[in-house]
Design a protein around this ligand. Structure first.
Ligand SMILES: [Zn+2]
Ligand SMILES: [Zn+2]
Length: 367
């Protein structure tokens, strides 16, 4: 479903180097206020019973520990810069707890980068303990996330066909090139979402698969005879007819540009999370109507090649008119949190901004 109630916890609200910055002696970096200690940008979203992480940067491990998170239904990646993907090795801890691969949703160009940057994850034979990922390709179209509560005895190694592990613990190799892996990565199931009502609320229509996820690990071992070198196998009837008990939600991606790099933001019900954008195309504003909470990125007062300036975020907040707009990806160019908070309050009042714009901080919860 979509339009449901979401709760978002900011796990990190700092720029790519975090705050404090190593070696910096500025007032912000020396501040004793916990709100001035900013991990790399990331958010934890609880939405209709699903636990969703947006981005897994270098602080991923500490972010999970700090909040006591031991399960994720999905990891959504906004783009492939290291402050957003540098912690993906550490998802292996969750692999052990969940006994399944981490479900990662990203754009095709991000998938290509991950294959290049984490080659050991895709290697066969796999080094024991390497992370297990299931990668789904998404784009700016709405898609459906499912909480799959089906048989947990089946352990994914990863989904794009390099090999997989059967319930007896054996690995099934498939000879595949990197190009094949990229071509055949399953796409997320698209949701038909139409704009309804004058307020522009997004509502789901019947879902339609772009291409069903391929689930080799779901096949019983006996069904795999002759499949060992044929690559990905379509799920057979025995699996398909078994009704998995699943919860599903519709996620609405928001297309933006980070300098020239295409990136995605995400809308969960009445909360939208946008980071690392410097351009928000006209086509995307309809996806941002009727929000209670909006998150926007800014790294400083001045125009920046890949991030909104502070004034640009205020102008966007005024146009989008979410009840609250929270700023993230903050750097030490802004004053300490307490001062910055008051400064934003004053600017909003002076400019008659139609949203309450405030700096986010690590640990802040919005719902
Ligand atoms: Zn970033
Ligand atoms: Zn500093």
């Amino acid at each position: 479903m979509t339009g449901g109630r979401a709760r978002l916890t900011f796990l990190g609200t700092g720029t790519s180097q975090g705050v404090p910055i190593i070696g910096c002696k500025c007032e912000v970096c020396r501040s004793k206020d916990e709100r001035d200690k900013r991990f790399r940008a990331s958010a934890f979203v609880e939405y209709e019973g699903l636990s969703i992480l947006v981005d897994a940067g270098p602080d991923f491990r500490m972010q999970m520990l700090r909040l006591g998170i031991s399960h994720l239904d999905a990891i959504l990646l906004t783009h492939n810069h290291k402050d957003h993907t540098g912690g993906l090795d550490d998802v292996r801890s969750l692999n052990y707890v969940d006994r399944r691969a981490a479900e990662i949703y990203c754009e095709r160009n991000v998938l290509e980068d991950l294959i290049r940057e984490y080659p050991y994850v895709f290697k066969f034979p796999k080094y024991p303990g390497a992370p297990e990922w299931m990668l789904h390709v998404i784009d700016e179209r709405p898609f459906i996330l499912r909480k799959d509560t089906a048989d947990k005895e089946l352990v994914w190694v990863h989904d794009i066909g390099y090999h997989y592990r059967l319930p007896d613990g054996s690995l099934i190799p498939t000879a595949r090139s990197l190009d094949d892996m990229i071509d055949e990565a399953p796409k997320a199931v698209a949701a038909d979402v139409s704009l309804q009502s004058a307020k522009g609320a997004w509502a789901p229509c019947a879902s339609r698969p772009i291409r069903e996820n391929v689930r080799p690990g779901a096949l019983p071992p006996a069904a795999n005879d002759g499949e060992l070198s044929s690559g990905l196998s379509e799920p057979d009837d025995r699996f398909e007819t078994a009704e998995p008990s699943a919860t599903e939600v519709t996620i609405i991606p928001i297309r933006g540009l980070h300098d020239k790099l295409p990136v995605l933001g995400f809308r969960f019900g009445d909360i939208a999370y946008i980071t690392d954008m410097s351009t928000l195309p006209e086509s995307e504003f309809a996806k941002l109507e009727g929000l209670k909470h909006l998150t926007l990125n800014t790294v400083g007062y001045n125009r920046h090649h890949s991030h909104f300036s502070l004034q640009e975020t205020l102008d966007l907040a005024d146009r989008i008119r979410a009840e609250h707009t929270w700023l993230t990806h903050l750097s030490h160019s802004f004053p300490v949190h307490e001062v910055f908070d008051k400064e934003l309050e004053r600017m909003c009042s002076e400019q008659h901004i139609h949203s309450i714009v405030r700096p986010a901080y690590d640990g802040l919860v919005i719902e």
